[in-house]
Design a protein around this ligand. Sequence first.
Ligand code: UFG
Length: 339
Amino acid sequence: MSILVTGGCGYIGSHTVVELLNLGKEVVIVDDLSNASAKVVDRIEEITGKRPSFYQQDVVDKDGLRSIFKKEQIEASIHFAAFKAVGESVQKPGAYYENNIMSILSLVEVMAEFDVKKIVFSSSATVYGSLNPSPYKEDMPVGVPTSPYGQTKVMCEQILRDIYISDNNWSISLLRYFNPIGAHESGLIGEDPSGIPNNLMPFIAQVAVGKREFLNIFGDDYETQDGTCVRDYIHVVDLAKGHVKALDKLNQAPDVYTYNLGSGQGTSVLELVHTFVAVTGVDIPYKMAPRRAGDLASFYANADKALADLNWKTEKSIEDMCRDTWNWQSKNPNGYENQ
Ligand code: UFG
């Protein structure tokens, strides 16, 4: 039996596939490669010695999915495939609602047809919105995210909760990620954003490798210890391991399980920059810039529930995240291209 991983060639998906294969699980990747490279499959094989099945396929296409479910013995799905750029979602809300909502609807419909009723969903801390105080806890009411991207995560969570209400045989895990950074310690897989990176760590990495001149720090007048925004950074390998634990939990009993996957520790933008410089020895020139619309001053997880229920907690430090990001970026200055 196999685990279907949609978006398995993407940043978090690929690291999760590695952890699954390392534990002896069979994996089927479905990815349309709209924001990922097929080379990831080779890299996964290089790391694990095992090659997952791979289908270049849009999850929205139900007939395409059906043919995969006919060929493969799927026991559960982990659904990563989605559009994920917060700023772009403000510019193109229709595309975000269409892709992210249609893909979950298509996936669960085809899963139900094949009587596969276990799913781990890639959600986000953004579902807590701007009014809940940090640390965020799973039993807080879902808030109003500031972007269409965030709204799609709220809606997908709700769709899955409603599916469980309609059919109690489903076993569903909603994983709310905080800020994943870092890369596999091999340096063979990592984050490879297209165009100008939106997120902090990929931008720092591109400054480090000489692709960008300097980092803009968006706001130094927040009510935080040094005036820059505070986030809960989590190493992508810790995050991937959290998926494996969440998947195991689905075998326990049908239910909807909701977990924060974060460290519980806040780190400011300046702290992250200074740690990166200290760990790598590479200077990161930066300039203070105006605040970015929609940014919250500070948020981080209460990670107690994942520890209590899944026996999962983060193990890697901010130093590890910086070292592994640099290892990946310096070995792959252009990501997966031109190699
Ligand atoms: N930042 C900079 N300069 C940059 C990029 C980011 O100063 O070039 C700052 C941001 O202003 C913010 C911090 O770095 O203060 C972190 O920004 P990211 O874009 O890396 O991460 P966000 O916290 O904004 O976004 C993350 C996820 C989203 C999710 C959001 C809310 O990437 O998927 O948290 O939960 F929606």
